[in-house]
Design a protein around this ligand. Structure first.
Ligand code: PMP
Length: 362
């Protein structure tokens, strides 16, 4: 078997090795059933235990208050771009957005299909190098909710202050899930795709305030209704069994390794090792993001020119350091350091960056 790669991909991404090994060991025979977990009925007691445990674990790890429920819904975060307005936008009302980067803009574009939207803050003029502070939002009358993106995966910017607004908040936390505490009192709904810090793709995790379910729209297809997912405990139809099963293992790993607080602390340490390498490189490596808004999950940087960037990525790949190509929309390089990324892997990247600079000076 090939040696394990140092995977700095933005998602799908590196997952805890322990979780993968456990899954491997029990893949053909789950708990003496003589079946793989992916062959079990989703109504079986064995699967039900996995499902309920995953729902409970994520609530526990996030210190989720009782007035929230968590839902597992297929379709990734992109489907939530539609489900949120389908459920929460009411006729004659508008949705406000923190247009802070590529993903926020996609969410806003999708919502437009369902009603009026506007940018209450727009990062376009600063080329998405910063995030809004708590009072920077320009809200209009008749706003149903403000949608924020806590971490912009492509642009490498991170929200450092939660909004102080008097409309309900909806948050896309796809790329910094399980790394920072959530101020529950501010939010009505929080969602994210699983395939970064939580497990494999094929799943969105949605936290919803129970009280809002009475007023969500009911004139939409059943799969799109949050209230039906909640009432059916995320078993409205056949759920994404394998992603939920593996997420269960990842959640146990997070819990056993210090929980969200520790994950956040480690993420800062890992990101700082890379940012220091960038900042100490005499402008060889450059991070365009304003310092205090730098993401601790997705570290974006440029090299002196595109030829060197291509060479950097190709030589890194030859050294088993993979996934460093920036998103095609922005180019450059990006190192994503999710929870399962080891400090050893980050040190390997840092050594490679220093060595590359030394032998490719301009
Ligand atoms: N929002 C953010 C912040 C993301 O990073 C991504 C995926 N990278 C998405 C939404 C879309 O997620 P999915 O691929 O699960 O639809």
């Amino acid at each position: 078997m090939a040696e394990r790669a140092y995977n700095f991909g933005a998602g799908p991404c590196t997952l805890p090795l322990e979780a993968l090994e456990e899954a491997q060991a029990e893949f053909l025979d789950f708990q003496n059933t003589g079946m793989s977990v992916i062959e079990l009925s989703h109504r079986s007691s064995e699967y039900d235990a996995v499902h309920v445990e995953a729902l409970e674990l994520i609530k526990e790890i996030y210190h989720t208050p009782d007035d929230f429920d968590v839902l597992f819904i297929q379709g990734g975060a992109t489907m939530q771009f539609s489900m949120v307005p389908m459920n929460l936008m009411h006729p004659g009302k508008k949705a406000a957005f923190s247009a802070c980067g590529a993903w926020a803009n996609k969410a806003m574009k999708e919502s437009k299909i369902f009603g009026d939207v506007y940018a209450a803050w727009d990062g376009k003029s600063c080329k998405y190098t910063r995030m809004p502070m708590s009072n920077d939002y320009d809200l209009q009358d008749n706003t149903s909710y403000l949608h924020i993106t806590s971490n912009e995966t492509i642009d490498g910017v991170r929200m450092i202050e939660w909004p102080e607004v008097d409309v309900p908040l909806v948050g896309d936390m796809s790329s910094d899930f399980l790394t920072r505490p959530i101020p529950w009192e501010k939010f009505d709904l929080i969602y994210g795709g699983a395939q970064k810090n939580c497990g494999p793709s094929g799943l969105a995790i949605v936290f919803v305030k129970k009280a809002i379910l009475e007023n969500t729209r009911k004139d939409i297809g059943s799969y799109f209704r949050y209230d039906l997912h909640q009432r059916n405990k995320s078993l409205l139809n056949t759920p994404a069994i394998f992603p939920i099963y593996l997420m269960n293992k990842v959640l146990k790993w997070v819990k056993g390794n210090g929980g969200i607080e520790k994950m956040g602390e480690m993420a800062e340490q890992k990101a700082n090792l890379i940012y220091q390498t960038i900042d100490n490189s005499d402008n060889y490596y450059l991070c365009p993001v304003e310092k205090k808004f730098r993401s601790i999950m997705n570290i974006v940087f440029r090299l002196p020119n595109e030829e060197l960037e291509a060479k950097f990525i190709s030589e890194a790949t030859a050294n088993r350091i993979i996934g460093l190509k920036g998103h095609r929309v922005v180019g450059g390089c990006r190192a994503s350091c999710y929870n399962a990324m080891t400090v050893e892997a980050v040190n390997k990247l840092v050594s490679f960056m220093n060595a590359f600079r030394a032998s490719n000076s301009i």
